[in-house]
Design a protein around this ligand. Sequence first.
Ligand code: CP
Length: 312
Amino acid sequence: MAAKPDFFERDVVSMRDFDRGQLELVFQQAATLERTPGRLDGALEGKLAVLLFFEPSTRTYSSFQVAAETLGLRVSGFSNPKGSSVSKGETLHDTIRMFEGYGADCFVIRHGMMGAARFAAEITDVPVINAGDGRREHPTQAMIDIYTIWKAFGKMDGLKVGIMGDLRYGRTPSSLSYGLSNYQVELCFIAPDALQIRPEVESFLNRRGVISSKETNLRSVAETLDVLYVTRIQKERIPDLTEYERVKKLYEVDLAALKDTKPSLKVLHPLPRMGELATEVDSAVFAQYFAQAAAGLPLRMALLNMILGGAE
Ligand code: CP
């Protein structure tokens, strides 16, 4: 079967690199896979996926691993750099060169340094998928997020999406915003001033003509939202938590905070969650975040298959 020309052997470094048609191609492939599980089992037999995770992960690492293995790929690399020669000081450059020599067909890289995936993509001809680079981006998470909204509403245009929490140090808010800029959506960034969306993301949205606003608390905007995307505070990246600790109650979502929202509201969260999303919301009709996490598997399978040229 022919490979998808838009995706064959391409890197996935930033959501800024994907247009609406390309995103919807991935969504359609993922949706087909959800309707007919098993249809791609073994499609990439004999190829090698190398997962290099320099930062902790549950969802991204394990869903790429399961996706790759279901497609028939062999998986190598590491989920914890402490158990690799990175702990002895080996560089990302040399690590990439090593796995090229072992026949890597794709790299999936999570790294604490902004630009690490772009750097990797520049030094290897093997496709690189960014699984999170510092606070900058997490493009496959954004694909999952938009796929989840796309499935829940059957459309994207006309929706108002609130993105709340740590928008400055989190990488999912920026990738999600870039991805949503392909649609006629309205964005509302809900955060304390110190954690508001970064200027480069705002500039990008302005250049794309996206309607966006900023709020300092959920209460003032909750009833207007179709989607509320909650994020955790990136304690590992924030230099000073004092201001956040003072105002954090304004950014905690429980059933009381959702009482005046639209009945059709969908609450998403990339997970893991800390105190910002109460477990009592899990059984409410709003909760979409475990379905969102589950969607990571078919979406990442579809993406790997499109990049590595498996059968349709
Ligand atoms: N959403 C997400 O990236 O989760 P992990 O850090 O567990 O991979």
